[in-house]
Design a protein around this ligand. Structure first.
Ligand SMILES: C[S@@+](CC[C@H](N)C(=O)[O-])C[C@H]1O[C@@H](n2cnc3c(N)ncnc32)[C@H](O)[C@@H]1O
Length: 171
């Protein structure tokens, strides 16, 4: 598969996973966290389907807090300053968890670079961070496979190939 095909499939998987999560979150309270704002495309989609900013969103109104080491988002997809936390997510995410406790209903992390060795390093800090951020029943959506007791794998929605994206529920 070419890298272009792989990229397109990753985007399709992201949308399917985000829509599936929005539909299954229900009334679980708490903010949504975007770990890795990037261009803001997935943040913008999460605003549409999870934050009741459009008629298609479901569930309660939610704050979405985005994290990145720098703000490179398209201005149309840029969070309010109070909802954008800049710095290394290992540090800023841990500070958010320390300050707020495990409150998030959902956290989405699109941080991997597709290099297996880097993904192992990423997973080693992302799994405990997800656990610290999420409330019981909260969902972790990631492009990186995580292994941690307390983060239970959940089935992917139909049409998302295994290994393309990962969903965990915090126990
Ligand atoms: C693939 S992009 C995210 C794209 C985003 N999902 C979108 O739809 O536009 C990953 C982002 O995560 C950020 N990032 C990766 N590792 C990070 C880290 N350890 N701390 C802070 N930001 C990080 C990068 O700066 C980059 O903007």
């Amino acid at each position: 598969m070419s890298r272009l095909d792989s990229f397109i499939r990753r985007m399709q998987a992201q949308r399917l996973v985000l829509d599936h999560a929005a539909a299954t979150l229900g009334a679980l309270p708490g903010p949504v966290l975007e770990l890795g704002l990037g261009n803001g495309r997935t943040y913008d989609h999460m605003r549409e389907v999870m934050a009741r900013t459009s008629p298609t969103s479901v569930g309660p109104a939610r704050r979405i807090v985005a994290f990145d080491r720098a703000n490179v988002a398209n201005p149309a997809s840029c969070p309010a300053p109070a909802d954008l936390i800049l710095g290394e997510i290992q540090d800023t995410g841990a500070a958010f968890a320390a300050g707020n406790g495990p409150v998030a209903a959902l956290a989405h992390a699109d941080l991997g670079n597709g290099i297996a060795a880097d993904d192992l390093v990423l997973a080693a800090w992302l799994a405990p961070l997800m656990h610290a951020l999420l409330r019981p029943g909260g969902l972790a959506l990631t492009s990186t496979e995580l292994h941690m007791s307390g983060l239970e794998p959940r089935p992917l929605p139909p049409d998302v190939p295994p290994g393309r994206y990962f969903i965990y529920v915090k126990r």
